[in-house]
Design a protein around this ligand. Structure first.
Ligand SMILES: Nc1nc2c(ncn2[C@@H]2O[C@H](COP(=O)(O)OP(=O)(O)OP(=O)(O)O)[C@@H](O)[C@H]2O)c(=O)[nH]1
Ligand SMILES: [Zn+2]
Length: 184
């Protein structure tokens, strides 16, 4: 991923706010275009991480589930934040994953202009490709500020999406177990 050009982003933010009639000469706002550039750069940049796996020596064959991983993403239509919680689980095959990596993968796909459905599938597919587990389950629940603070202003609405792969999708018992843990 290329380094963000903060100088160009700052002058674009300045022009954008100016076009909207925001008085940038007012004390307190003089550094706002740069802050805005940095804030979006942060929202579009996941922290790098290493993918750490361990052999599944104990042949652990039940689901591993991390619940309520908080995340903030940005809707690709309005560039307004949507945030909520992810529950991510997998049924191990030959390897198990360092637990923190489940939260890191959520961040990897949150920090970009997104739609919630795609993000849900990307997290599930990434785990499937990098870990070759017997199954994967991902449930996201989020509040989209583009539909709560503007537009339809449906305050308090949350949206839930899910992606189930392998045995978590096909095997009724595993699927029910995962969805029960995910609170659905
Ligand atoms: N499916 C999906 N839609 C999203 C997501 N985030 C935002 N949206 C929707 O994207 C749509 C964009 O619709 P448009 O009609 O082009 O935009 P708009 O005129 O600002 O629409 P309103 O929000 O209804 O005022 C809206 O319905 C948003 O609620 C998401 O993660 N998934
Ligand atoms: Zn939106």
């Amino acid at each position: 991923m290329p380094e963000p050009d903060l100088e160009a982003a700052e002058s674009a933010a300045r022009a954008f706010l100016d076009a909207l009639g925001v008085d940038l000469d007012r004390p307190g706002l003089d550094r706002t275009p740069l802050r805005m550039a940095k804030a979006y750069a942060e929202l579009f940049r996941p922290r790098p991480f290493t993918m750490t796996t361990f052999p599944n020596d104990e042949n652990y064959d039940e689901m591993v589930v991390a619940r309520d991983i908080p995340f903030t993403s940005v809707c690709e239509h309005h560039l307004l934040p949507f945030s909520g919680h992810a529950t991510v689980g997998y049924l191990p095959g030959e390897r198990i994953l360092g637990l923190s990596k489940l939260a890191r993968v959520v961040e990897l796909f949150a920090r970009r202009p997104q739609v919630q459905e795609r993000m849900t599938q990307q997290v599930a597919r990434w785990l499937d490709e990098h870990l070759s587990p017997k199954g994967v389950g991902v449930v996201l629940t989020a509040e989209h500020t583009c539909m709560t603070i503007r537009g339809v202003q449906a305050q308090g609405t949350t949206t839930t999406t899910s992606a189930l792969l392998g045995r978590v999708r096909q095997d009724a018992r595993t699927r029910a177990e995962f969805l029960a843990i995910a609170g659905r």
